[in-house]
Design a protein. Structure first.
Length: 86
């Protein structure tokens, strides 16, 4: 079982940054900027991962990574682009 401590939060932040960078590489100029992807990945990973660890589900870090990808997907899909780029 994972324990919500400093090391776990560090790994959740690292996983969120990796997910944000991976998303930026995959979608390049079609979604939000790099910094927004990184911050969204970190927030999604920490929130979802912490929730699953507090609820004592196994593999909280894996769910944190999947949660960050889900929130990044929602953020980039519903990103409004200016009229000129359509």
């Amino acid at each position: 079982m994972d324990v919500l401590g400093g090391a776990t939060i560090f790994w959740l932040i690292a996983l969120g940054m990796v997910a944000g960078a991976f998303t930026q590489v995959c979608i390049w100029d079609k979604g939000v900027e790099l910094i927004t992807n990184l911050m969204t990945g970190i927030v999604g990973s920490v929130i979802v991962g912490s929730l699953f660890i507090v609820l004592q589900f196994p593999a909280g870090l894996a769910f944190g990574f999947l949660g960050s990808l889900a929130i990044l997907f929602i953020t980039n899909v519903f990103h409004l682009q200016p009229e000129g780029s359509h």
